[in-house]
Design a protein around this ligand. Structure first.
Ligand SMILES: C[S@@+](CC[C@H](N)C(=O)[O-])C[C@H]1O[C@@H](n2cnc3c(N)ncnc32)[C@H](O)[C@@H]1O
Length: 195
């Protein structure tokens, strides 16, 4: 096999392995939201309140770039663990000159979401369970959450939109209301002192 072909083969193999590895690590492939899903999620923002718009698992940048373009005066953040999709999203952001967009290669579980005005996600059921607990501890009431396909397990959506696609994919919209009392929060917060 000529050297160039061998190098290409190794490169493609490494890319494939890296995607498989990060899928095993996060439990979710870096599949992007469809065009219809992006349009519907953008429409669901309505008019964002002051605060940051955050994509939890921003993948290749498909949704987060569309959000940053639509709201050039607001701060937009994407958190992504998988390095290749993250790198591609950073290249796309630079090419488009989106100065209001920050893309971090970081676990969103380690990010503080308390300043968010809008959260986006396209995750999977297990991640939605742990996300619910994180939101319970950090999120201000009224924060809008827009989730592609998967619902939060213990919150009532404000609305559910169905895409006109084969699966009639649901897009869940929540206006966050903290259901736990401050006393319960203290009991469940990591490191909380129990008397
Ligand atoms: C289905 S993709 C969605 C991408 C993008 N939000 C979109 O709608 O096009 C989900 C992404 O979340 C990322 N992800 C999963 N868990 C994560 C975590 N804890 N922190 C950061 N990224 C995560 C995955 O690597 C994957 O790229």
């Amino acid at each position: 096999m000529p050297l160039l072909e061998l190098m290409l083969f190794v490169l493609v193999l490494l890319i494939g392995l890296s995607i498989v590895w990060s899928t095993l690590r996060t439990g979710m492939s870096p599949m992007m939201s469809s065009r219809k899903a992006c349009q519907t999620m953008l429409a669901a923002i309505e008019k964002p309140a002051a605060g940051t718009l955050i994509d939890l698992g921003s993948g290749w940048g498909t949704l987060v770039i569309a959000v940053a373009k639509q709201y050039p005066t607001q701060q937009v953040i994407g958190y992504e663990l998988s390095w290749l999709p993250w790198l591609v999203s950073v290249i796309r952001k630079r090419a488009l000159g989106l100065t209001n967009l920050s893309l971090y290669r970081k676990d969103y579980n380690e990010a503080n979401l308390s300043n968010a005005s809008t959260l986006f996600c396209y995750l999977f059921p297990k991640a939605m369970n742990s996300l619910q607990e994180k939101l319970q501890l950090e999120l201000a009431n009224g924060t809008r959450i827009i989730s592609n396909t998967f619902a939060l397990p213990s919150s009532e959506p404000t609305s559910v939109m169905r895409l006109k696609d084969f699966y009639q994919t649901p897009i869940y919209v929540y206006d966050w209301k903290n259901t736990k009392s401050p006393c319960e929060e203290q009991q469940t917060a990591p490191g909380a002192k129990v008397n």
